[in-house]
Design a protein. Structure first.
Length: 471
């Protein structure tokens, strides 16, 4: 296959970087600069190719912790985690803005039903952080960078909505994300023999099993939605069954109780949804769940029962006659502390990173950092996401869109459960794929002619943006 101008330029830049790395022992900055130039060229000449790189790097890119607490992960401490896709997204975004400025006749940001709720949430977080800075609870630099990290995945959404134009590009990005999910699942499974809890690639010395679990829960929901919808994936169902098998094993390998609970809820919802058509399936799944203590892997059973069987330690809470492990106790303490702080600053909270408590659960952190306004903004986004997905499922004639919408609703439901034990909706490695699929649904939503006619908006984009099957 002949190499085009883009390939030649990219290979030339990478060859220069490799040559410099061989010639000089400390050529890291030079290689980084050359790599950045190559990515800049790719982004400027081919936006779809740069988006493919972004999708693959979401879970397969290395990360670095800047300013973290010694021996504590960035998720737990106040360190800012920088990853390869952060830099890639900045480069792609810069090029996109430049192109938008050049093509002034086109609107740089298209209308979607999520624009308003997202901007409302951003405004509340910024306002709460500003008030935290004024009150001395938030360090300006820390608050600024954490807000950027919180909103990075929103930028993914706007990038995809505005830069992806054809059905082929959408299907290609979906396939790329599913391939990434399969590779990450295999990586998690490969860690089982080590006896350690599985985590995503390139997470440093201390991985985050909960993060990998949340990501896999969402991607499994997408696969389930597509697999359940007739005509959505063509004749390649075996590929999705293989992906589901690998993903479920990957979730088990994380030993994340929040992830296993979220997956169980998704399975129950699917069974209830199909029970009127297949009552035998409903009974079989219930029996499978009821007998899970007999067939579940030993490590999974031990992890679940550990909640109530941990040896007595300082900090354990008691619920009636049961004592719960220290990890669960810390999350319950988070709820207690969040309600205490809510009484001090009920409207806008302490600001991003302004909480005096360690919060390892989404909702206590939301209450503490952004108060009642943040709760309203978060609920507004969740409602808007569910509504958009439901309308796509209910009104789109494309089976692939219906399957994607069903999977997205299941995934959102699962992540809401996952947030009981993790900061799910501010973890970039979970939220980047999540908002990638939200962007796909937004494009499908804009292609619904009945809604366009009812709401009196401009003509939708061509029907070529429909998925037309992803199998």
């Amino acid at each position: 296959m002949p190499i085009g101008p883009l390939g030649l330029i990219t290979l030339l830049l990478l060859a220069i970087g490799l040559a410099l790395a061989v010639m000089y022992e400390e050529a890291g900055p030079i290689v980084g600069a050359v790599g950045g130039m190559a990515l800049l060229v790719i982004s400027f000449l081919s936006t779809p190719l740069s988006l493919y790189l972004l999708v693959y790097s979401m879970l397969l890119g290395p990360e670095f912790v800047a300013g973290g607490m010694g021996g504590v992960s960035a998720t737990q401490g106040r360190g800012v985690t920088l990853r390869f896709d952060d830099f890639l997204l900045a480069i792609i975004g810069f090029v996109w803005l430049v192109k938008s400025a050049i093509h002034k006749e086109e609107s740089p940001v298209k209308y979607t039903p999520l624009n308003g709720p997202m901007m409302f949430y951003v405004a509340i977080c910024l306002f709460a952080t500003l008030m935290g800075v004024v009150a001395g609870r938030v360090k300006p630099q820390t608050g600024f960078f954490f807000n950027l990290k919180y909103f990075e995945y929103f930028f993914v959404y706007f990038m995809v909505v505005n830069a992806v134009d054809t059905e082929k590009e959408v299907r290609g990005l979906i396939k790329a994300s599913l391939i990434t999910c399969f590779l990450v699942s295999l990586f998690g499974i490969a860690q089982i023999p080590s006896g350690e809890r599985a985590s995503a690639p390139f997470e440093g010395e201390q991985g985050e099993p909960n993060t990998l679990g949340g990501y896999l829960v969402f991607m499994m929901a997408i696969a389930i939605g597509l697999l359940m919808t007739r005509g959505a994936i063509g004749q390649k169902k075996w590929q999705f069954i293989l992906l589901l098998g690998a993903g479920v094993l990957g979730i088990f390998a994380t030993l994340s109780r929040s992830s296993m609970l979220a997956l169980s809820v998704i399975v129950l919802v699917v069974v209830l949804f199909t029970s009127y058509k297949k009552p035998l399936l409903f009974v079989m799944v219930l029996a499978l769940i009821a007998t899970s203590p007999l067939w579940a892997p030993k490590s999974v059973k031990e992890r679940v029962t550990f909640t109530f069987t941990q040896e007595s330690q300082v900090g354990q809470l008691r619920l009636g006659g049961l004592k719960v492990d220290t990890s669960t106790s810390e999350r319950l303490h988070s709820w207690e502390n969040s309600f205490k702080y809510f009484q001090k600053s009920p409207l806008w909270g302490a600001g991003i990173t302004g909480s005096p408590y360690f919060m390892d659960a989404m909702y206590p952190r939301l209450i503490t950092e952004t108060g009642l306004l943040g709760i309203v903004a978060f609920v507004t986004i969740v409602y808007s996401l569910f509504r958009m997905a439901f309308l796509c499922y209910n009104r789109s004639p494309d089976p692939a869109v219906q399957g994607l919408a069903m999977g997205f609703m299941l995934g959102l439901m699962g992540l809401l459960i996952h947030g009981l034990g993790s900061n799910t909706f501010i973890i970039v490695r979970i939220m980047e794929p999540f908002w990638l699929y939200a962007a796909f649904l937004a494009k499908a939503y804009l292609a619904l002619p009945s809604l366009e006619a009812q709401e009196g908006r401009p003509e939708p984009m061509p029907s070529r943006t429909a998925l037309g099957g992803v199998g």
